[in-house]
Design a protein around this ligand. Structure first.
Ligand code: AMP
Length: 432
């Protein structure tokens, strides 16, 4: 079969690499892809933007694509799965109605409340309905969120009421464009965050791995928030009992609620959870797709055939399949360009990719492109690469991942040196 992956980051490189490893797959097309997908065996790029639904439907038709998997959220929220379905093409991902779980935090919070799924207390406001007394009447810190898609940047944890009011004002003033026309203000939750990712077929959920990521740019969880500087899987915090509780209290009621409201959910569903000190899970957010960089370690651990799993989901047969996992830990370190998450320079030549390819582990490309004139792979954005190591422990996976990062160089490359520090600490305590 032929597969089309929509997107061009590290998550899509990992999806393409995993699909190309399937015995059933003849080849994989990535639109638009990056330098990593361009050099992967049985994978090629097509110069079509991930947001151009009509051109992607046309590409899938002319290339006789059997299955399309959508990587990023923007095309899902814009209705790409509906466009593929209308054209009679198989496409794995939620339809626009269900993708609102990510596309509108206001919708998502109301949905959670309607179905009694645990989440922080909240209120939603427009400029016209905003009442500053809501902020004044609540304890700080308090969390202010732009309701729409803001590339992970529309969340402000305000330490004081004036800070919260300033955040609300800047959102209404257009800091995040239309995403900030509605603002969600919610209670601050303390605890430890985990990601819980499932595949869904409209009715059944197949839990994939758990993971934890690092959102802050600098070591020690300091510095500005980013799209994610590294991740590891599985998350040791999620014991079998907590796993069962998350399925029972979050995932199952969410899928049942979506189906009951006439928008059954098919696709990857990513629940960002806060686990309180007493072990209670609360939903911070839903994403309607896999995370980046969580996907890269997660797919390194998946031993089952991914296109088979997607096909089973599209047929509503997920309850009949079993997933095999590598029992080790996988850990990914994001290598970013200088200046990230602010403005970055592009076009810097990346050295050492061949040397890294001879080491154990795997380097997935994010923001890279081939500079044909110079015959080089160069940077083309903020999160450039994700180096994934594997091991029997978090420490062993860390050492494999960091050996990869040390082999690679470009001007101004930056990465954290402590990805997995919490899990490694837990390992040390348990070993004592
Ligand atoms: P979100 O996009 O809603 O997941 O928010 C991004 C990040 O902000 C999360 O990964 C958390 O680290 C933090 N965050 C969001 N909501 C809350 C909350 N209610 N309490 C504490 N931290 C939060």
């Amino acid at each position: 079969m032929r597969i089309l992956i929509v997107g061009g980051g590290g998550r899509e490189h990992a999806l393409a690499w995993k699909c190309a490893a399937s015995e059933r797959v003849r080849d994989v097309i990535v639109a638009p892809g990056n330098a990593g997908t361009a050099s992967e065996a049985r994978v090629r790029n097509a110069a079509v933007a991930a947001e151009d639904s009509a051109a992607l439907v046309a590409l899938a038709r002319t290339e006789r694509v059997d299955l399309t998997i959508i990587g990023p959220e923007a095309p899902l929220v814009a209705g790409i799965v509906d466009a593929f379905a209308a054209a009679g093409l198989k496409c794995f991902g939620p339809r626009a109605a269900a993708a609102r779980l990510e596309g509108s935090k206001a919708f998502s919070k109301q949905f959670l409340q309607r179905h009694r799924i645990p989440t922080a207390a909240h209120a939603t406001f427009t400029r016209a309905s905003f009442d500053a007394r809501y902020v004044m009447g609540h304890r700080t810190p308090i969390v202010v969120k732009a309701s729409g898609l803001a590339a992970g940047k529309g969340v402000i944890i305000a330490a004081s009421a004036p800070e919260a009011l300033a955040a609300v004002e800047s959102m209404f003033a257009g800091e995040f464009g239309a995403a900030g026309c509605e603002v969600v203000i919610e209670e601050f939750l303390a605890g430890e965050e985990v990601s819980f990712i499932v595949m869904a077929d409209g009715q059944h959920a197949l839990p994939l791995a758990t993971s934890q990521d690092h959102k802050r740019r600098d070591d020690g969880d300091r510095g500005p928030n980013t799209g994610g500087m590294g991740a590891y899987s599985p998350a040791p915090l999620v014991t079998p009992a907590l796993h069962a509780r998350i399925m029972r209290e979050v995932i199952e009621p969410a899928l049942a609620g979506l189906a009951a409201e006439g928008m059954p959910y098919t696709g990857f569903l990513y629940a960002g959870l806060m686990i309180a000190a007493d072990g209670a899970p609360q939903v911070l957010e839903f994403n309607c797709r896999l995370g980046d960089p969580d996907t890269q370690p997660l797919l390194m651990l998946l031993q089952s055939d991914l296109p088979n799993l997607c096909a089973a989901a599209l047929d509503g047969r997920l309850h009949e399949v079993e997933v095999q996992w590598d029992p080790r830990v996988a850990l990914g370190v994001v290598m970013a360009a200088a200046g990230y998450p602010g403005t970055v320079t592009s076009g810097d030549a990346i050295e050492g990719l061949d040397a890294a390819a001879r080491l154990p582990g795997k380097v997935f490309h994010g923001a890279t492109r081939v500079d044909a004139a110079r015959g080089r792979v160069v940077t083309s954005g903020g999160r450039v690469l994700c180096a994934v190591g594997m091991g029997d422990s978090v420490r062993a996976a860390q050492s494999q991942a960091y050996a990869l990062t040390r082999a690679i160089h470009w001007s101004g490359a930056q990465y954290r040196h402590d990805i997995g520090h919490r899990a490694a600490l837990r390992e040390n305590i348990e070993a004592r």
